[in-house]
Ligand binder design. Structure first.
Ligand code: MLC
Ligand code: AMP
Length: 510
């Protein structure tokens, strides 16, 4: 049979597997074999729409077993899986569809009317899939056979396209190959000691690297099972934790658990591993979690473009505030951000990464790709950090103008462009400031037109058509002018200092 490395290693072993692969919160279990049949039916439904090797399949649906089966189906067919946050507005999806030109756009039925014109404009078929496994795509799946013949693929062929915004301009599609994904899953299974006995408490969304590749690919490769929650809910996580062995989360998961009086040492007694990533885990959260549960959270570092690059050790010392040494096969160096010259150990500079985990480049943006790679193949992450004498990496900040709110990325420029267009707003500066729940939250400093009053509620309603909810400012403040340096650049560092305790200082958050 033709080879398809990612399908062969991750999904083919499910065929005929009787043990549970996906366990739903009500206890219903889907065996590996049943999930594989679902995947085969999804592949049949995709093929029926003409999806074949290299075609993009854009998927903006709620988390469900079927949604994950569509990912497997795309891999089996050699198509390129393009997951999108359901929170994105039709306007935002319009951009992705126009850039990626998917053959199929799969959406929630509630978005069908709004996305119809988007699909028509970009020449893609629109089908629907809801959280309960209903919709036109699901109906078509029901008519398909429960077996499939995978397409032949090379390790260097594309498997996924994940959009990630740059510091300027629009989002860029990070092209991830079969080898990028498989090599990283192999490294993580080994590094974190996952086996077929593991049960992962899966509460992350599956439209990003963390929930899709780090969590699902690792469990697929290890042959384990997942308790598959539609989203993070502290009560559900605490209820189901005694049935799990591991959980992967963003720092907000851990702060919310610690804030919940139902969470205890007993609830986590059966667990062997908690990992954290996508945003900085405060050392105090690490310490508080250990005091509460006896578990030391294992923090790792990654990025859509690079998959996972560093990890604290499973057996060795997990150092709070660090992201650990580079994973096997990953080269990481710290350079002078201006010149690119490597810096001696201990000095803070730009983190650069090279290895089989690093993506191929940005979809149809060769000049953007060239800008973010060094001539010797190292990818410039935009994160600032240093490597200590023991090889542990510490991230101290970001050179890129990016806010990470609850593990979701918000690009200030994108929000500023929308705010600047609003009546009564002369200009705006969007910054990230500490937030007790989200780590960092979006705060907008607005300079009103003279005589204009800013109505926060009206502004929120007006901008909702353009910005997904998580990008909306959690607070608006007004100023007479924005602080600028001699070059005319807004001094964001100064604003961040000025509003540093906006959410933490006076109980104004929430
Ligand atoms: C939801 N909202 C957010 C938000 N998530 N606002 C800011 N930041 C967030 N992260 C807003 C919604 O728009 C809504 O606003 C309100 O909060 C309630 O929505 P919700 O869906 O009920 O929110 P909640 O369940 O509380 O979600 C918070 C969360 C979730 C932290 C659990 O965002 C989450 O699961 N984050 C994980 C993201 C992730 O997987 N990142 C990995 C990226 S990969 P309104 O106005 O409508 O009320 C990556 C690489 C790597 O970074 O290294 O892993
Ligand atoms: P994304 O583009 O969504 O993949 O986000 C990747 C970014 O998340 C990285 O460039 C980092 O800035 C940040 N990130 C991921 N993991 C960590 C971590 N453990 N600590 C600090 N920042 C992190």
């Amino acid at each position: 049979m033709a080879a398809n490395p990612l399908y062969d290693r991750l999904f083919a072993p499910l065929n005929g597997r009787e043990s549970a692969f996906v366990i739903l919160p009500d206890g219903t279990a889907l065996s590996g074999d049943a999930f594989h049949a679902m995947l085969a039916r999804a592949a049949g439904a995709l093929s029926g729409q003409g999806v074949g090797p290299g075609d993009r399949v854009a998927v903006q649906v709620e988390k469900s077993p079927e949604a994950l089966a569509v990912y497997g189906a795309a891999v089996a067919l050699g198509a390129v899986f393009l997951p999108l946050n359901p929170a994105y507005t039709p306007q935002e999806v319009d951009y992705f569809a126009g850039n990626a030109k998917p053959r199929l756009l799969l959406a929630d039925p509630s978005a069908e009317a709004a996305l119809g014109p988007v699909a028509a404009r970009h020449g893609c078929t629109l089908m629907t899939l809801d959280a309960a496994g209903g919709g036109s795509f699901a109906e078509t799946m029901g008519q398909q056979p429960a077996s499939l013949t995978p397409a032949s693929r090379h390790p260097g062929d594309l498997a996924a396209l994940l959009y990630t915004s740059g510091t300027t301009g629009r989002s860029k599609g990070a092209m991830l190959t079969q080898h990028n994904l498989l090599s990283n899953a192999e490294v993580l299974v080994e590094a974190w000691r996952f086996t077929g006995d593991d049960v992962l408490l899966h509460a992350l969304p599956i439209f990003h690297t963390h929930g899709l590749f780090v969590a699902c690919n690792v469990m697929l490769l290890a042959g384990g099972a997942m308790i598959y929650l539609p989203k993070f809910d502290a009560g559900e996580v605490i209820r189901l934790m005694p049935q799990a062995t591991a959980m992967m989360g963003v720092p907000t998961f851990y702060t919310r658990l610690l804030d919940d009086p139902r969470f205890s040492h007993d609830a986590s007694a059966h667990m062997r591993l908690f990992t954290s990533g996508s945003a900085p885990l405060l050392a105090e959260t690490h310490t508080a979690f250990e005091a509460c549960t006896g578990h030391r959270i294992l923090e790792r570092y990654g990025m859509t473009e690079t998959n996972m690059t560093t990890s604290n050790p499973y057996d060795g010392e997990r150092r709070p505030g660090t992201v650990g040494p580079p994973l096997p096969g990953v080269e990481l160096r710290v350079t002078d951000p201006e010149t690119g010259a490597p810096l001696p150990g201990g000095e803070i500079g730009m983190i650069e990464v090279r290895g089989p985990n690093v993506f191929e480049g940005y979809w149809r943006m060769p000049e953007k790709t060239a800008e973010e790679f060094r001539a010797d193949g190292f990818f410039i992450t935009g994160d600032l950090g240093f490597i200590d004498a023991d090889g542990y990496v510490t991230i101290v900040g970001r050179e890129k103008d990016l806010i990470i709110s609850g593990g979701l990325n918000v690009y200030p420029k994108e929000v500023e462009l929308v705010l600047d267009d609003q009546p009564g707003v002369r200009e705006s500066a969007v910054i990230g400031v500490p937030h007790p729940d989200l780590g960092e939250a979006v705060l907008a400093v607005l300079v009103p037109e003279s005589g204009a009053e800013i109505d926060a509620r009206a502004l929120h309603v007006e901008t909702a058509a353009y910005l997904a909810g998580f990008k909306q400012p959690k607070a608006l403040v007004t100023a007479e002018a924005l602080p600028r340096n001699a070059m005319g650049k807004v001094q964001k560092a100064l604003l961040r200092r000025q509003y540093a305790d906006h959410f933490t200082g006076s109980g104004k958050w929430g």
